[in-house]
Design a protein around this ligand. Sequence first.
Ligand code: ARG
Length: 264
Amino acid sequence: MCTPEHFGVLYEINSWMHTEVRVDLDLARSQWEGLRAGLAASGAAIELLDPVEGLPDLVFTANAGIVNGMQYVPARFRHPERQREVPYDVAWFDARGYTVDELPGVASHEGAGDALPFAGTLLSGYRSRSDVVTHGALSTLTRAPVRSVELVEPRLYHLDLTFCPLDERRAIIAPLGWDRYGCKVVEALVPEPLVLDDDAAFAFCANSVVVGSTVHMPSCPPAVGRRLEAWGFDVVVHDVGEFLKAGGACRCLTLALDVELHRT
Ligand code: ARG
């Protein structure tokens, strides 16, 4: 995670961001602290990236890249505003002994925001922020089988706004974000999906972090909570309203480091 000292909505690169909307930085700080404390209470060990002035979205560490054991594949951001984050992300992983493997070419890929491991595959979103041509290279670099899903709803512009792996069989899904083929890919992959309705999808319910059997969510309608609890999960809801102004929520604010992708 990255502390939100320099967080803000300083430009508009997704349909949620409006520069005329004020961010309350004190509130953002306490919301971020609440999330960090909640994740830690569930047993997560949190490592920190130093914030950088002028990089308001650095706080959304999910987009820093793909982690696979001690391998790190840096993101290549779609927008110049976020491209300046990359050297800071790379320096962090480099200093900790990770092997840094760059994607070839110039096409975009926005890291774990658009690529989530599920049941032995790396489910990968494309179109709005990541280019599908990177998926082959990603599979070659990580040796993980990649399944591609086209993101068709501009408000759900990263895969992690539409998909949250819960365990080997279950995931929270927002099919509203995908084309018909993408829906079929996920249907074939996830035996027990928890399907969000449109309101829950746009409230970023899928942008949740699972630590052990606890699901940390930006919001949770009663029906979703009941289903998660019936499956044996505990639900913790975090108000991350200041970050929603930038189009991000709980999961965007984190990057999982304990990821070991399956190999083909
Ligand atoms: N303002 C950021 C952007 O548009 C939000 C990133 C959200 N991250 C995510 N993993 N969905 O890039």
